[in-house]
Design a protein around this ligand. Structure first.
Ligand code: FAD
Length: 408
C-alpha cells in the first residue's frame, strides 16, 4: 500500500538535476549579468534607491523573459528548472533584485502567458520581455492578505468598459509598473472574482511607493489605487469568474521563484562566512578553526543541499504540470512541493543570514557587508506569496485530506 507521505510521483527518483550544455550557456550569461550588476546594486542599496541599472543590464542579457515562449519578443523559452537555476544565481545578488524578477516575470508575464488570449500575449509580453514595460501582480489589499478571497476591490460592467474601484497594498514593482495584473469582484458580490490587465495610462489608476520597509531598499513596493478606473473589455484576463484560479496559478510561479532566490542567498552567505572565517583571527587562530563557528557553516551547507533538492524537485514537477494542464493531481503535487520548497528555503536563507552575521560579529552589523542585507531582505520570504503558516497548513491538509482545511 502506498504511504500517505509518498510523493505519488512514481519516477521522482529519476528526475535529473544535471545541467545541460544549453542550460550552462544561459547560466553563464546570468552570471555575467549579475557580476555587472553588483557594483550598481551595492551603491543603490546604501542609498536606499531602486537600482536603475537592473532593467538595462538584465534586458541586454535577455533575462527579462527567460521562461516566456520565444514567440513573444525576447522570450527565451527556458524550462522551469533552468529559470529556477537562473533565479538561484540572481538570488545571490540580493532578495531585492530577485523580487523584481518575481513580480515582473513569474507573477506578471507567466500569468499573462498562461491565461491571456493570443491577442493579449502579443500585446503585453514582447515589451515586458524587452524591459520596455514593467509588470506587477496586485492581489493583496489592506484588508485581504492571507485570505485573498476576502478582497474588496470591485468592478462594474458599464458601456463597454469595466469600472474598477478599490486599492492594492504591498505590491512588488507597484509604483514603477506600467502593466498590472489585478483582481476584483463584481460590485456588491464576494464571488465570481475576475482578473484584469490594468495599464498605467488608464483613467482612474494611480500608484504610490511604500516607504520605511524593514529591508529590500532597492526593490520597489507600492500601493495601487483604482478610482472608477476605466478598463476596456479586452483587458479581462482569463474566463469571467475565474480570477481566484488565475491568482493561485500566479502564486505557484511566484512561490517557486522565492524558493529559488533563497538558494542564492544561502550560497552568498556561505561564501561570505567561509572567506571571513578563514582570515579573521581571534584567540591566536582563524575563527574558522573554532568548532562553534564550524557548526554555523556546516549547518548552512546542509540546509542548502536540502533546500536545493526540494526546490529543483518542485521546479521539475511544475514543468510537468505546465505540460499537462488538465492533470489536477499533478498540479496539486506541484503546488505542495512548491509550498515545501518555499517554506524550507525561506527559513533556511533567514537562518543562514543570521548565522553569517554572527560569524562576522560587529562587522556583520554594518550594511557595508552583505550578510546583514540578506538578514533584513530575506525576512520577507517568510511572509509574501503565502506566509510560513499558510504554507504549513497547505502541506498538512494535503496529507490529512478533504474536510481538514484550516479555513475555506
Ligand atoms: C515587500 C513585500 C512585497 C510584496 N509583494 C506582493 C506582490 O507583488 N503582490 C501581492 O499581491 N502581494 C504582495 N505582498 C503581500 C503579501 O503577499 C502579503 O503580505 C502576505 O500574503 C500576508 O498577508 P498580510 O500581510 O495581510 O498578513 P495577514 O494575512 O493579515 O496575516 C497576519 C498573520 O496571521 C497569520 N494568519 C493569517 N491567516 C491564518 C490562518 N488561517 N491560519 C494561521 N495563521 C494565519 C499569517 O500567517 C501572519 O502570520 C508583498 C508583501 C511584502 C511585505
Amino acid at each position: 500500500m502506498k504511504s500517505v507521505v509518498d510523493s505519488g510521483i512514481e519516477d521522482l527518483s529519476k528526475m535529473s538535476f544535471e545541467v545541460s550544455e544549453e542550460q550552462k550557456l544561459i547560466l553563464d550569461e546570468v552570471d555575467r549579468a549579475c557580476k555587472e550588476l553588483r557594483p550598481f546594486e551595492d551603491r543603490a542599496y546604501l542609498s536606499s534607491s531602486f537600482n536603475d541599472h537592473l532593467v538595462p543590464i538584465f534586458s541586454k542579457a535577455q533575462l527579462l523573459g527567460l521562461p516566456v515562449s520565444r514567440r513573444y519578443g525576447n522570450g527565451q523559452g527556458a524550462d522551469i528548472l533552468t529559470y529556477a537555476l537562473a533565479l538561484e544565481r540572481i538570488g545571490r545578488e540580493g532578495t531585492g533584485v530577485r523580487t523584481f524578477l518575481s513580480g515582473h516575470v513569474s507573477l506578471g508575464q507567466l500569468t499573462v502567458q498562461k491565461w491571456g488570449s493570443e491577442q493579449q500575449k502579443e500585446r503585453f509580453l514582447p515589451p515586458a520581455t524587452r524591459g520596455e514595460k514593467v509588470m506587477c501582480f496586485g492581489l493583496t489589499e489592506p484588508t485581504a492578505g492571507s485570505d485573498p478571497a476576502g478582497l474588496r476591490t470591485s468592478f462594474e460592467d458599464h458601456g463597454g468598459f469595466y469600472y474598477v474601484n478599490g486599492s492594492k497594498a504591498w505590491i512588488s514593482n507597484g509604483s514603477i509598473a506600467d502593466v498590472a495584473v489585478v483582481f476584483a469582484y463584481p460590485k456588491g458580490k464576494q464571488e465570481g472574482m475576475c482578473a484584469f490587465v490594468v495599464e498605467k495610462e488608464f483613467e482612474g489608476y494611480s500608484s504610490q511607493q511604500q516607504k520605511h520597509k524593514l529591508g529590500m531598499p532597492t526593490s520597489d513596493t507600492g500601493s495601487l489605487f483604482f478610482d472608477n478606473c476605466k478598463v476596456p473589455k479586452e483587458n479581462l484576463l482569463g474566463p469571467i469568474g475565474k480570477g481566484l484560479s488565475v491568482a493561485y496559478s500566479g502564486l505557484m510561479s511566484g512561490r517557486l521563484s522565492v524558493a529559488a532566490g533563497c538558494l542564492g542567498v544561502i550560497e552568498d552567505c556561505i561564501d561570505e562566512a567561509v572567506a571571513y572565517a578563514r582570515q579573521r583571527v581571534q584567540h591566536g587562530k582563524p575563527i574558522g578553526k573554532h568548532q562553534l563557528v564550524q557548526r554555523h557553516i556546516g549547518l548552512m551547507a546542509t540546509n542548502l543541499e536540502a533546500a536545493r533538492n526540494l526546490t529543483y524537485k518542485a521546479a521539475l514537477l511544475k514543468q510537468r504540470s505546465d505540460e499537462e494542464p488538465r492533470n489536477v493531481e499533478l498540479r496539486d503535487q506541484a503546488d505542495i512541493m512548491i509550498a515545501k520548497s518555499k517554506l524550507f528555503a525561506s527559513n533556511a536563507s533567514f537562518d543562514a543570514a543570521d548565522r553569517t552575521v554572527q560569524i562576522f560579529g560587529s562587522s556583520g552589523y554594518s550594511f557595508e557587508t552583505r550578510a546583514p542585507r540578506h538578514l533584513v531582505d530575506t525576512r520577507v520570504c517568510r511572509i509574501y506569496e503565502g506566509t510560513d503558516e499558510i504554507m504549513v497548513q497547505k502541506i498538512a491538509v494535503g496529507l490529512l485530506g478533504p474536510g481538514f482545511e484550516a479555513y475555506k
